[in-house]
Design a protein around this ligand. Structure first.
Ligand SMILES: Cc1ncc(COP(=O)(O)O)c(C=O)c1O
Length: 395
């Protein structure tokens, strides 16, 4: 059996150190192979035909739903497959605009990705609801005042499990418990937590949870959207088309009684095959997560010895292996360019999280995000490249 690292051997062949896993993770060889097999031998339209290939495409789609449900501790009947976290959250916002036009108060945190901010900002404007932003502590990256600001006027809380800029883990379980006591529903954006934390919707007690496949070693084009069983039957799908109707007449339409009602249009079965395989592969890699942590911790220690380089949310250990850096004397794009020249892929900019950067008083940061493709002996090269940038721009 190949070691975890060898599963990405095509990366190391090129000497690339890929530290942009939070944007999109690379695909292990087994996921690539599963997709190739699908394209060659099983590619067809799911839920549409009775021939053998169509049946196997349908089975592949449903297998993905089941695997994703197991991954988050949900019942498959409550899991729909969407195309991305962004699309799923927008779909949800549109459904709520129809179902609850009298929403009073929506709460998000300052740490949200735009994908978990803009749909709720829109929803608040459309419903005339109050849009309340939980502040984030600059030093620790922890969200604050949620016990006070999520109150009995709150109908909806949309919160990221993990910030895509600081890597800080939010106390979503406690937030769900508190929000439910206030009568509010909670939507969890698990885009960054799915590849790093065990997800269990029963334990979290959230009302919705979404994540994209492409951040958990699977291809782009499919995402998981869990909706609580006491919620989704009240929601009217806002993306309409083939595969989700019970009956259509010239003047009316009715929707399937099950979760398929949220999956209009031809499903991306190839991506679903990739996700099924990736989640199975990922479960087998659990012992290797410790190595990822080790390599992350080693780099953190090295960075702590370089005061010219600042870390976002430096005062917390409650984070996934993800670090955002900034330096007064070097623009983050220049730093990312230097790293790229050394064969190290990172991301610089605002990371679709402008409200957070505004709160932190930063214009851009360089993000290093770990995955199972990273290992200890890569990290010295990262440190060397950062030191070279220091010599070039500062010394
Ligand atoms: C926390 C978070 N939420 C949502 C998204 C949006 O994911 P996607 O672009 O796959 O829709 C991202 C992507 O980076 C993210 O990090």
């Amino acid at each position: 059996m190949l070691s975890c690292r060898e599963q990405f051997s095509y990366l190391t062949d090129s000497d690339l150190i890929y530290l942009d896993n939070a944007a999109t993770s690379q695909l292990p060889i087994s996921v690539l192979n599963a997709q190739q097999q699908y394209w060659q031998y099983a590619h067809a339209n799911a839920h549409r035909g009775a021939h053998q290939r169509a049946r196997s495409a349908t089975e592949a789609w449903e297998r993905c739903r089941q695997t994703a449900a197991t991954f988050i501790g949900a019942n498959a009947a409550d899991v729909s497959l969407q195309t991305s976290t962004t699309q799923a959250l927008n779909h949800l916002a549109l459904m709520l605009a129809e179902q609850q036009p009298d929403l009073r108060k929506i709460v998000v945190s300052a740490a949200e990705h735009h994908a978990n901010w803009l749909p709720w900002q829109y929803l608040a404007q459309r419903c005339g609801a109050e849009f309340v932003v939980l502040p984030v502590a600059v030093e620790s990256g922890e969200i604050q005042q949620w016990q006070q600001l999520i109150d009995s006027d709150t109908d909806l809380v949309a919160i990221t499990h993990v910030s895509n800029v600081s890597g800080v883990i939010n106390p979503v379980e406690e937030i769900c418990r508190h929000a439910h006591k206030q009568g509010a529903r909670v939507i969890v954006d698990a885009a960054q937590s799915a590849a790093h934390l065990a997800l269990d919707v029963d334990q979290l007690q959230c009302d919705a949870l979404v994540f994209s496949a492409h951040k958990v070693y699977a291809p782009v084009g499919v995402a998981v959207m869990y909706l609580a069983a006491d919620w989704w039957p009240q929601l009217t799908p806002q993306i309409r088309g083939g595969g989700m109707v019970a009956q259509v007449t010239p003047f009316s339409a009715s929707w399937l009684p099950d979760i398929h009602r949220f999956e209009a249009g031809t499903p991306n079965v190839a991506a679903a095959v990739g996700l099924t395989n990736a989640l199975q592969w990922f479960a087998e890699q659990a012992p290797h997560q410790a190595q990822v942590e080790q390599s992350f911790n080693w780099l953190q220690q090295q960075l702590a010895q370089r005061p010219w380089l600042q870390r976002v949310a430096a005062n917390t250990s409650r984070r996934i292996p993800l670090l955002s850096l900034y330096c007064e004397s070097i623009h983050s794009q220049d730093l990312a360019f230097m790293l790229d020249e050394a064969g190290i892929a990172v991301r610089a900019g605002q990371h679709c999280a402008q409200p957070l950067l505004q709160q932190l008083g930063l214009s851009s940061v360089v993000r290093l995000s770990w995955g199972l493709n990273n290992r200890d002996d890569d990290m010295q090269r990262v440190v060397d490249a950062l030191d070279q940038a220091y010599q070039l721009f500062i010394e």
